[in-house]
Design a protein around this ligand. Sequence first.
Ligand code: PGA
Length: 236
Amino acid sequence: MEKSSKMIIANWKMNGSKALIDSFASQLQNVVLKYESIFCLPCAFLDYAFFHFPKTISLGAQNCSEFSSGAYTGETSALHIKECGGQFIIIGHSERRTHYHETDEVIVKKVELILNNDLTPIICIGETHSVYTAHQTKDTLKKQLAYLQPLLKHSHSFVLAYEPIWAIGTGLTPSLDEIQEIHDFIYQEINLSPLYGGSVNYDNYDAIISLPHVGGLLVGGESLKLERFISMLAGK
Ligand code: PGA
């Protein structure tokens, strides 16, 4: 199996357990990975995963504070994530924008902090269903990308993920043509091939990741399914 330059990122969200990490760890020992493989886990499991996963797997978190340290009870610093073996941090996921009211300004602060600590942010952008049905997706993405403009000089050191909000956890996805069109658009805007995320599963992943200007996949629910997700990392 030829190694691909594309990546697959697991986003376990607030799920999983040490037992599941053990199961993944033992199966991953025997797999030849086709894709660069990154597991973004709940922070509480990072240290444990770091010691149990094979070194072919990179680790990441799903959020961090916009501050380096200090009196911010309950927050997790990018430095703490780094100390626990995390190299990547998802930032601006729609669930954080919606449930925790994260703004683009806060997202930019977090990304700067992550980059200053030599970690890699995985920055999420995407449109709501009403924007999608009104054919306003490109305008919305353009505005989200405008916020990232000051960071684009670091674009070699971050990962961008396009996740239509209406596709996350719903079983719905845009058509392959629509995914292609949006990824071409983002590539033209910032010269970077984003990941696609939103209801990716074992049955649809190969067609999506094979598209030009799709840099890889960000996978939620399916990344908790041991056999199916490991088969994705091994490739077809
Ligand atoms: P999903 O989630 O694969 O379960 O749709 C993707 C994500 O939220 O990153």
